[in-house]
Design a protein around this ligand. Structure first.
Ligand code: HEM
Length: 208
């Protein structure tokens, strides 16, 4: 088992890789090099950051059930980091949308929020993430006590809204939306049956 600081640094570096990759692709685009952003680079970047937002969100939600199932407690130490990276990627997704797709035309932003339901849902999901990010520090955990856990249950709402967002904007295929939906459903079930996960692990360990 790697030392905690090494494990945390490794996770931190891995979390930065998608952002680094996106920056490299933009650099390639600007300098006329080979890139994978296709004919509509602005849209490709928004999609890329959106994909990583939902992936980080699901990863952060997977931490607790995996820990309960495997007893790998060290994993819990990177949960906050994964949550904050989810918020960071969501913010870059929002910024890419505002700068590259809307070109900072805030008049159109209101129209988009009102007329395109997937944007409305995306926005609500993002707004729900804000209090979670703001209270993911030790001070807030101490101050909010049992209310902290209650507040942070909002993350499941964010996940459901994230899936609705992706389903609503799907055009030709729903396979991705279905895959994310199935993972969120499993995560919700694992919350309901949290004690059973621990019992299952203990039953596996017990000598026959
Ligand atoms: C801040 C509010 C948000 C806005 C304005 C927004 C906007 C957008 C837009 C414009 C697209 C591209 C749609 C197209 O194909 O033309 C997109 C894609 C996407 N968004 Fe968001 N989004 C928001 C929040 C979120 C959140 C919170 C999540 C995840 C939990 C998310 C996950 C995704 C994903 C995964 C895609 C790509 C779907 C695909 O590959 O088809 N978005 N979003």
């Amino acid at each position: 088992m790697p030392k905690l600081s090494v494990f945390k640094s490794l996770t931190f570096s891995l979390c930065l890789l998608p952002l680094g990759y996106a920056i490299y692709q933009v650099y390639q685009l600007q300098t006329g090099g080979t890139h994978v952003l296709g004919a509509d680079p602005a849209k490709a970047l928004v999609l890329f950051q959106g994909e990583w937002t939902i992936r980080f969100l699901l990863l952060s939600l997977l931490v607790t059930p995996i820990r309960r199932l495997t007893g790998w407690n060290q994993l819990q130490k990177v949960r906050r980091m994964l949550g904050l990276f989810t918020f960071a990627y969501a913010s870059t997704h929002l910024l890419a949308y505002l700068f590259l797709l809307l070109e900072l035309d805030f008049g159109n932003l209101g129209a988009d929020i009102l007329k395109r339901p997937y944007i409305t849902v995306g926005f609500v999901a993002y707004l729900l993430m804000v209090p979670l990010a703001l209270t993911s520090n030790s001070f807030a955990i101490r101050r909010l006590k049992s209310r902290w856990a209650l507040l942070h249950r909002l993350v499941y709402g964010v996940a459901v809204l994230g899936v609705v967002h992706v389903t609503w904007l799907a055009r030709s295929s729903y396979s991705e939306a279905i895959a994310y939906g199935v993972i969120v459903a499993i995560l919700l079930l694992s919350r309901v049956f949290k004690d059973q996960l621990v019992l299952f692990r203990q039953a596996l360990k017990r000598p026959v």
